[in-house]
Design a protein around this ligand. Structure first.
Ligand code: SF4
Length: 356
């Protein structure tokens, strides 16, 4: 009993924050003692993994999440996108929207949990054995081979497009993404300003490209007043990443200290404001690349910035944000995006002017 519930074990020495840990879970009502039982599998899952490979799949035990986490680690898969892909298949199976030829089960590729090798595993939420079995089956399939797993190789967004084209069911409405990147665990319908952060991150719906200093409330109010802070935080994060500084450590490192570190390393006497101004130029360059890419595909930049349908149009069904979508309405969404373009110095269609 003298042991805490979590043991810090895999941290980056000598980091004083020491965020990494391993659980001492309670199994069958008995609290684990000594060495964490799962230590030969994986450290405690990160936040996004807990949500996307856990509650998102109807799982409630962190040990079950670790099995899916471990499968992702071994197979080289991202836990956010894996959780998004598996939950989409479960939802489409639940709705009866999967192509008939695919059925609603798959053969277990190895014995695991209650399944023997070859047993039928049903696509459903709440089955702890499903993530490791489905991910292993996914990696054994050939991309585009006409099977469910062959389609799932492209990830949730591409999978939904295939299902929609094969069945006519609006499967793409069940996805949650921006620019094809699956949403992390932070639903923009529950936090004001979060949608605009996802929409304006050059890589798509990343939770690592912006941050607000204080709680922002619910998106039933406009995020228009948050746009300057959003841009400031995006530029600061470019500096952070360019310094190869851990995201958690940034919060504990004053801006002036980072500028001092930059000067000590490079000899360049730049202030924090100088570094952020350069970050703005980098942000514009990445945006210009995106815009040129979309233009080559015949796509409109402002349209590419929109979140997927569900996040814009389907209100949250319960909780403190019940009834909210990502913005007040379409007009508020357009006003926030326009304000962002204007403050970045981009034109009305979201194109930056990049000087040679
Ligand atoms: S806060 Fe960052 S540097 Fe510190 S242990 Fe965690 S990941 Fe490593």
């Amino acid at each position: 009993d003298e042991h805490p519930d979590a043991k810090q074990s895999g941290c980056c020495a000598p980091c004083p924050i020491a965020c990494e840990a391993a659980d001492r879970p309670t199994v069958d009502g008995v609290r684990t003692k000594g060495r964490p039982v799962h230590l030969n599998r994986v450290e405690r899952p990160e936040y996004e993994t807990l949500a996307m490979m856990g509650s998102n799949l109807g799982l409630t035990s962190s040990l079950d999440v670790m099995d899916g986490n471990d499968a992702c680690n071994r197979l080289g898969l991202d836990t956010i996108s894996s959780g998004a892909a598996l939950s989409l298949v479960c939802e489409l199976a639940e709705r009866g929207w999967l192509p008939e030829a695919w059925g609603t089960t798959f053969a277990a590729p190895f014995a695991f949990g209650p399944y023997a090798e070859g047993d039928a595993v049903t696509w459903r939420f709440g089955d702890p054995a499903l993530p490791p079995l489905a991910l292993a089956a996914l990696c054994r399939a050939q991309p585009g081979d006409g099977s469910l797993f062959g389609a799932l190789h492209g990830g949730a967004v591409a999978f939904a497009e295939v299902v929609e084209s094969l069945t006519g069911h609006p499967a793409t409405r069940c996805t949650a993404h921006c620019k094809g990147l699956d949403l992390p665990a932070w639903d923009p319908r529950g936090k004001r300003g979060n949608a605009l952060a996802y929409m304006t991150a050059n890589v798509g719906a990343s939770h690592m490209r912006a941050g607000y200093k204080a709680p922002t409330g619910l998106p039933k109010d406009s995020a228009l007043d948050l746009v300057p802070e959003l841009i400031e935080s995006q530029n600061a994060i470019v500096v952070r990443d360019s310094l190869i500084l851990c995201a958690f450590a940034k919060g504990a490192s004053p801006d002036d200290m980072l500028a001092e570190a930059w000067t000590a390393i490079t000899g360049d006497e730049a202030s924090w404001a100088d570094l952020c101004a350069r970050a703005g130029v980098q942000w514009d360059l990445a945006r210009a690349w995106n815009v040129a890419h979309w233009r080559a595909l015949g796509r409109d930049a402002a349209n590419e910035d929109l979140l997927s349908w569900r996040l814009r149009k389907e209100p949250l069904p319960s909780g403190v944000a019940k009834g909210c979508v990502s913005f007040q309405d379409d007009d508020d969404e357009a006003a926030c995006l326009s304000a962002y373009y204007r403050l970045r110095g981009w034109d009305a269609s979201g194109r930056p002017e990049v000087k040679a």
